[in-house]
Design a protein around this ligand. Structure first.
Ligand code: UDX
Length: 446
């Protein structure tokens, strides 16, 4: 089979590379010529562990190539995976311009029957509309099918997720059963359970999955906020509830809220989708609201301990989570803006996301090339991402390097015991604050 992948963002690139690794011949297309030129030289535009190595291996084996020429990409393709962006519009709904452009291009250049597989997250009903578009635009003597095959890849562990995912969802209309069969066979070697369903249900599975996970995070963050006030410890509470098999231990890590390219966008889009059918999704609206609040909470907490005006503040971690250079909707950006608004001087550190963060932050933010450099002479440190490069620095080093060892940890990277031993002031999420001996800052006093 000849496979084309439209879009070389994080989903498209991982999809194309992993399909090639499975032995398929894959050509990846993108409109951005600069990106394609870099990819042709084996350079990945995103930081994703293991991706560049796997890309190069499959390019050398002649199974993976890149092109900015849509005709070359689609002309002989049997299957086209759509992995183009569906950015958020101002009203929270998904912008389908790129999807439409890709469908039009496939219809224009196809020279044989083609199966379109939608990986991009699209509102319920979109794949059905894409079928109609293809029928209208394709050459009359050729057949097309449209399959919904949402992705569940986590940034930072996307390659692992491709090969060891929990499930593969394949949605198709009755008329496209054969194409769904073909796609199932393609995925069969992975040995991952396949859910076969209709188009709308497949689309809904994606939104409902992300909405549920976001709900779990906002739920545990609310519990953490209450824990702080009633003297309970979130680590024990999360462990205690997670042992219940009906709840499960995953996604119960309290912190400064979810970010990234999926949860914020998909939750808002689902509220819109529900609204379009006159259903007010109150629960999900609250999840979003809790998350917005949670992203800003750490600075509010810090203000109870100290005035930030004129202070040197180290901001540790900029990526929305570890092992990625993605800063989209990252809590770090909200924190940075709030710190600046409070009059603090911010020195930020991230092992890989600095260049991306610079595009979103004012030039007054300074950047350090190591944690120890960022915390040197700092009056306070904020931890926004639980990178190993940050977590592995003992709190005793914070004590030595900082002017005043006050740490606001949005990711609960350290135990309270370590904070006490290191004699630092340590304020985390859902746990009692540790106040260093001799530390002048006390809650409520500046
Ligand atoms: C997510 C989904 O997991 C994936 O299936 C989907 O297809 C794409 O979106 P991703 O955005 O890469 O993946 O990251 P994920 O690991 O899910 O984390 C999202 C956010 O939630 C991060 O900001 C993370 O810090 C936060 N999070 C996650 C928590 O705050 N607590 C948790 O327990 C888990």
């Amino acid at each position: 089979m000849r496979i084309a992948v439209a879009g070389t963002g994080y989903v498209g690139l991982v999809t194309g590379t992993c399909l090639a690794e499975m032995g398929q011949t894959v050509v990846c297309f993108d409109v951005e010529k600069g990106k394609i030129a870099a990819l042709q030289q084996g350079r990945s535009p995103i930081y994703e562990p293991g991706l560049e190595e796997l890309m190069r291996k499959n390019m050398e084996a002649g199974r993976l190539s890149f092109t900015a020429d849509e005709k070359e990409a689609y002309r002989e393709a049997d299957v086209v995976f759509l992995a183009v962006g569906t950015p958020e519009k101002e009203d929270g709904s998904a912008d389908l311009t790129y999807i439409e452009e890709a469908v039009r291009a496939v219809a224009k250049h196809m020279e044989k029957d083609v199966v379109i597989v939608t990986k991009s997250t699209v509102p319920v009903g979109t794949n059905e509309r894409m079928r109609a578009m293809m029928e209208r635009w394709k050459p009359p003597f050729l057949r097309t099918s449209v399959i919904s095959n949402p992705e569940f890849l986590r940034e930072g562990s996307a390659i692992h997720d491709w090969f060891y995912g929990d499930r593969i969802v394949i949605g198709a209309s009755e008329a496209d059963k054969e194409a769904a069969e073909l796609l199932s066979r393609l995925y069969e070697p992975l040995g991952i359970p396949i859910v076969r369903t209709d188009l709308a249900s497949a689309e809904m599975i994606k939104y409902a999955s992300n909405a549920f996970l976001a709900t779990k995070i906002s739920f545990i963050n609310e519990i953490a906020n209450i824990c702080e006030k009633v003297g309970a410890t979130i680590d024990d509470v999360a462990y205690g509830i997670g042992l219940d098999k009906r709840i499960g231990p995953h996604f119960l890590q309290a912190g400064i809220g979810y970010g990234g390219s999926c949860f914020p966008k998909d939750t808002k889009a689902l509220v819109q989708i529900a609204g379009n059918v006159q259903h007010q999704f109150e629960l999900l609206e609250a999840v979003i609201q809790v998350n917005n609040h949670q992203q800003a909470l750490l600075v509010e907490k810090a203000k109870q301990y100290m005035s930030l005006r004129g202070k040197n503040v180290a901001l540790l971690g900029l990526a929305f989570k570890p092992n990625t250079d993605d800063v989209r909707e990252a809590a770090s950006l909200v924190i940075a803006h709030r710190l600046l608004a409070e009059g603090a001087h911010v020195v930020a550190y991230d092992p890989v996301a600095t260049d991306n963060a610079k595009k979103h932050l004012p030039s007054t933010v300074q950047y350090a090339s190591a944690v120890t450099e960022a915390i040197c002479d700092a009056d306070a440190a904020f931890i926004a991402t639980e990178w190993d490069a940050i977590k592995q620095i003992p709190l005793s080093v914070f004590r030595e390097k900082m002017r005043t060892p006050i740490i606001f940890d949005g990711r609960n990277c350290y135990s309270l015991e370590e904070a006490k031993q290191a004699n630092v002031t340590y304020v985390s999420v859902g746990r009692a604050a540790v106040v260093a001996e001799g530390c002048e800052v006390k809650k409520g006093k500046y």
